[in-house]
Write a protein that binds this ligand. Structure first.
Ligand code: PLP
Length: 361
């Protein structure tokens, strides 16, 4: 097999090696069936087991009890920007938002199609370099829900914890789900595209409190209805069977690492390696996020010029450090260091940063 490189891509992103190796076997034949995971019927007994196992693993990692539905859906997190207001908003009700960058802007645009929107806070004035803290937001008790993005993948900012604003919380946790201890139980709905911390693209994990689900509209086409998906146990149509297996294995891998508390400690240490280089560089590297809002998942920084940034990303790639160019809309450098990024990858990047500064500084 080809040697592997360190992959700092924002998603699809690096997967845990034990998961990749198991998937490789299971693509050929799973559980001694002589049929690969991608070839089994989604209604057959083998997949019954795979689905139940993935649900079990999600519940174990999240600590969420039976009050919650665990759904494996499709359409990317982007589709759920629309499905959430479709299911929970009406013309006369309001969805509140904190606008912290690209992904909340997209969610706001979708919510406006279905109901009223109240943007309680915007990071625009400081170029999306921070997220609000408790106290920065007015209360929004009358809102149907408050939507926020726990980790802003493009800008590199992250909430320290959920905020209490009086309305049910809806969290886009696409880029930091199960990366740290986080009180998901305070939420009404949490959703996450799976291609960063919990598997491959093509699945969206939706965790929804049954009580909240019971308030969803009942007249939607089934494929657009969370109620219908929950009633069908995520098998209203053909789900992404391979992706659900990958998601289940990633959650099992998190458990094997010691659960989210252990993963959090590792993620913290990895992020600190990179922020340390930024802070010690005397301005050669300039962090995009305000120090109080720094993401442990996506470390974003700038160099003196775009050409120097391009040189950094290109030279890093030649040194087996791949995927470091920032998002096309934001620029700069972005190191995505999700759960599966090994500590050694961040050490290698930190050492590359020092060397690049030495030769170009
Ligand atoms: C925080 C966040 N939300 C939503 C999305 C959109 O996800 P998808 O491309 O799966 O629709 C992304 C993608 O990177 C993201 O990082």
């Amino acid at each position: 097999m080809d040697p592997r490189r360190f992959n700092f891509s924002s998603g699809p992103a690096v997967l845990p090696e034990p998961v990749l190796l198991q998937l490789r076997e299971e693509l050929w034949s799973i559980d001694g069936t002589g049929i690969g995971i991608a070839e089994h019927s989604h209604r057959g007994p083998l997949f019954d087991h795979v689905l139940a196992d993935a649900q079990w693993a999600v519940r174990e990692v999240s600590g969420l009890d039976d009050e919650w539905e665990v759904l494996f859906l499709q359409g990317g997190a982007t589709m759920h920007f629309a499905l959430i207001p479709m299911n929970f908003l009406g013309e006369r009700t309001t969805a509140a938002f904190a606008d912290t960058g690209t992904w909340t802007a997209k969610a706001i645009a979708e919510a406006k199609r279905y109901g009223k929107v109240d943007v309680l806070w915007s990071g625009k004035d400081t170029h999306w370099d921070r997220v609000p803290k408790q106290g920065d937001l007015p209360r929004c008790d009358g809102a149907r829900y408050f939507h926020y993005c726990s980790n802003n993948t493009i800008e590199g900012t992250q909430y320290a914890g959920p905020l209490d604003v009086g309305a049910p919380l809806v969290c886009d946790a696409s880029s930091d789900i199960f990366s740290r201890r986080y009180d998901l139980g305070l939420h009404a709905l949490v959703f996450a595209g799976s291609q960063k911390n919990i598997g491959m693209s093509g699945n969206v994990l939706v965790l929804v409190r049954r009580e909240f689900l019971a308030t969803a509209r009942e007249d939607l086409s089934p494929m657009l209805s969370y109620r219908a998906h929950a009633a069908a146990g995520s098998r209203l149509n053909t789900p992404n069977t391979l992706g659900i297996r990958a998601l289940g294995l990633c959650c099992r891998w998190i458990l094997d690492q010691g659960g989210v508390a252990a993963i959090e400690a590792r993620n913290e240490a990895k992020a600190q390696l990179l922020y340390h280089e930024i802070d010690m560089s005397g301005g050669f590297y300039r962090g995009c996020a305000h120090t109080t809002s720094r993401s442990r998942m996506n470390v974003t920084f700038r160099l003196a010029s775009e050409s120097l940034e391009q040189a950094f990303a290109a030279e890093a790639a030649r040194n087996d450090l791949d995927g470091l160019a920032g998002h096309r809309s934001f620029g700069g450098i972005r190191a995505s260091i999700y759960n599966a990024m090994p500590h050694a990858g961040c050490e290698a990047l930190a050492s590359f940063m020092r060397e690049f500064m030495r030769t170009r500084g």
